[in-house]
Design a protein around this ligand. Structure first.
Ligand SMILES: NC(=O)c1ccc[n+]([C@@H]2O[C@H](COP(=O)([O-])OP(=O)(O)OC[C@H]3O[C@@H](n4cnc5c(N)ncnc54)[C@H](OP(=O)(O)O)[C@@H]3O)[C@@H](O)[C@H]2O)c1
Length: 273
């Protein structure tokens, strides 16, 4: 293991919020995504060999010095991409891509409102949505306005002073990357037939009013897409933002900051410092 991204899943699991949705046998080692180097290949391994630099998702257990990973969930780290940058891609970039294109069925010319646009997932969603030719309204803290405009957002709403209910309407797709009551508050800003896709509100489908779609999206491993995304990052076409890099020994701080607020982008644990 060289580096691992920190995710909201960590503190939600620790706090017991996921007992019903994602029962996990205890004791468990946290950590959903990784970047590292293959030191041993299992008997059935066909794709990777010792010495290959790989990245991807694991069910759990990435916060460890060695991880046994399923090679069908990994891809190569492109030359020129550091392990720390690679580790912040799998969960956030695949979640953003799938929320927009698989769950959200986004089409060019539509309007998207993104709650939590400054976070790890949101930063990719803003860029993927612009690439797809849609208008992007990004909601986050006002201090992150310039950052979000720099990623391509057409409009930025300061969530503290510009409530989206008063500043957004006719939205085809709302992406909720925050949770709480945001999904429930988003129905009135939708255009007819619109959808809210949430990565945090587990009960969203049951609560969707008639005429609207409410979808909870759970990220799926997709190494082929991840490799494409990683190449876009390596070539400079796609931006990644790292909020903070911490040593593995500072993992409790990393999880605390992921829960209670952090700079834009993704918190990463670097196993080499
Ligand atoms: N279901 C899945 O497969 C899946 C996969 C990945 C992530 N997730 C979940 O998706 C969520 C986002 O993940 P993430 O890694 O992007 O988290 P993150 O990096 O912590 O980003 C969330 C950001 O949302 C902003 N925010 C907080 N309250 C807000 C509000 N009321 N309105 C608008 N923005 C608000 C905050 O930024 P400011 O400082 O700008 O306010 C915060 O940094 C988390 O709940 C995570 O657990 C689920």
């Amino acid at each position: 293991m060289k580096a691992a991204g920190v995710n909201g899943f960590d503190w939600k699991l620790q706090a017991g919020y996921l007992q019903r949705a994602y029962p996990v046998p205890m004791p468990a080692t946290l950590g959903l995504e990784l970047a590292g180097t293959v030191v041993q290949a299992g008997p059935g391994a066909k794709v990777f060999k010792v010495g290959d630099r790989v990245m991807g998702t694991v069910g759990m257990g990435a916060y460890a010095d060695h991880v046994a990973a399923d090679e069908t969930k990994l891809c190569r780290i492109p030359d020129g991409l550091s392990d720390v940058v690679a580790a912040c891609l799998p969960v956030a970039s695949l979640t953003a891509w799938q929320a927009l294109h698989a769950a959200g069925e986004l089409r060019a010319g539509q309007k998207v409102l993104i709650h939590g646009a400054s976070g790890g997932v949101g930063g990719f969603a803003v860029q993927f949505a612009k690439e797809a030719g849609v208008m992007v309204v990004a909601s986050a803290s006002g201090r992150n306005r310039e950052y979000l405009l720099g990623l391509g957002a057409d409009q930025v709403l300061d969530r503290h002073t510009e409530p989206f209910e008063q500043h957004a309407n006719g939205v085809d797709l709302v992406l909720d990357f925050v949770g709480g009551d945001l999904a429930a508050r988003s129905w009135p800003v939708l255009a007819p037939g619109g959808a809210v896709v949430s990565t945090a509100a587990l009960d969203i489908a049951a609560n969707a009013p008639g005429g609207y779609r409410g979808i909870f999206h759970s990220m799926r491993s997709d190494p082929a897409r991840l490799e494409q995304i990683a190449q876009s990052v390596a070539s400079g076409k796609l931006k990644t933002t790292i909020a903070e890099v911490l040593a593995l020994s500072r993992y409790p701080e990393a999880v605390e900051r992921n829960k209670n607020g952090h700079a834009p982008g993704k918190i990463v644990l670097d196993f080499t410092i």
